[in-house]
Write a protein that binds this ligand. Structure first.
Ligand code: ZN
Length: 380
């Protein structure tokens, strides 16, 4: 939280919430002291791989590589939070300003100590809090790598043809399986740990980085925009921040998805970024969560003892189920797009979703055959 000076009460309250969110098994990840070694390693690696980012002297980037420069307001505040989400929140605020839905209260960004992919927010009558952190940024980073590997493998196989049927994308998986293999590994890791934190290094061909960074931005902007929407709604409808029954919470989540998409599109406008504009970020976020949760369910239900490890299901709780979230998203994209752009936008989103549904099918099929092999070898 570099721009905001916190009073002691605020700092103590944030730290208290961070402590409550923290799973004791993951405490090492959120200990500032361990970040010094990691930063030193990162500096060497980044200087070698991306010399230009050091030349850019972007203060957010430099803070990431120099933990001493990071503003540590609480004992769980990590330098990555502001590097990952500071500019995302600034973009969302700017979009909200342009759309006339700016919050009256300040928004403070704090490190989430929750390992799950979703950030969270705490609308109040004064300043609002948005907690975001490694759970979200790593989830978006790794999945955007997998989806980039899949999407960029299409053109060499299909040329300029669109992906119309599932057989088209299966030919792509056969020609270059790197993306689908990564997707399956991510889903299995998530099924075990309930997070993508700690997955390890994934090398990416340098020519794919540009597209991946766009997907990453589209996903992270929507994640922050959805939480920003909670703060806006919290001001307009103060009772929405209290206890809600399940249908009221689903309505609230749908409303925040709708506002989140609106904000993402506005950010897309000022970057001239079509992926942001047509809502590819939330589409990937929802569908990959569905892949992760479905694989978790498959394994939890399997009869194989070694694999039925973590039966604890991390459910999205009050969030509407994926299918209805995706349908609502597509409907909004259709309604909010100008008539002359509507057909292209719809075709693009439908094609993207066709690809993601095929990734879901392929990953589940591989996990299923892996579980069958396991069962037949343990019974023989
Ligand atoms: Zn929400």
């Amino acid at each position: 939280m570099p721009d905001e000076i916190l009073c002691d009460d605020q700092r103590r309250y944030i730290e208290y919430l961070q402590e409550k969110m923290l799973d004791p098994l993951w405490i090492a990840v959120f200990e500032q002291s361990r970040w010094a070694d990691w930063s030193a390693y990162l500096v060497k690696r980044a200087e070698r791989l991306y010399p230009e980012i050091f030349e850019s002297k972007d203060p957010n980037v430099l803070a990431l590589f120099d933990p001493k420069k990071a503003p540590y307001d609480t004992k769980f505040e990590l330098p990555t939070t502001i590097a990952d989400f500071g500019s995302r929140l600034a973009d969302v605020k700017r979009a909200a300003d342009l759309l006339g839905i700016k919050t009256n209260g300040n928004i403070l960004l704090a490190t989430s100590t929750d390992i799950s992919p979703s950030p969270s927010s705490l609308p109040t009558t004064g300043d609002h809090l948005i907690f975001a952190g490694l759970g979200t940024s790593l989830y978006c980073n790794y999945w955007s790598k997998a989806i980039t590997a899949i999407v960029t493998a299409i053109q060499p196989v299909l040329g300029l043809d669109r992906v119309l049927v599932s057989a088209d994308i299966r030919r792509v998986f056969e020609a270059d399986p790197s993306g689908i293999i990564l997707a399956a590994r991510l889903a299995l890791y998530y099924a075990h740990f309930g997070t993508i934190i700690g997955f390890g290094e994934v090398n990416e061909p340098i020519n794919k980085t540009g597209y991946r960074v766009l997907l990453l931005r589209a996903m992270e902007i929507f994640a922050v925009a959805h939480e920003y929407a909670h703060c806006v709604v919290g001001e307009k409808l103060p009772h929405s921040s209290g206890q809600l029954d399940s249908s009221e919470s689903i309505d609230l989540e749908n409303l925040c998805d709708e506002i989140g998409l609106l904000l993402s599109r506005e950010v897309g406008n000022f970057y001239e970024d079509y992926l942001l504009f047509v809502g590819i970020g939330p589409l990937i976020f929802f569908r990959t969560m569905q892949i992760c949760e479905d694989v978790r369910e498959q394994i939890a239900c399997s009869e194989s003892h070694e694999l039925s490890f973590n039966k604890r299901r991390i459910s999205s709780g009050s969030h509407p189920v994926t299918e209805s979230r995706v349908e609502a998203l597509k409907n909004q994209i259709y309604l909010k797009t100008a008539v002359e752009q509507r057909e292209n936008a719809t075709l693009f989103v439908e094609e993207y979703d066709r690809i993601l549904i095929e990734v879901l099918r392929e990953v589940k099929e591989s996990v299923s055959s892996m579980l069958n092999d396991k069962n037949s070898s343990s019974s023989s």
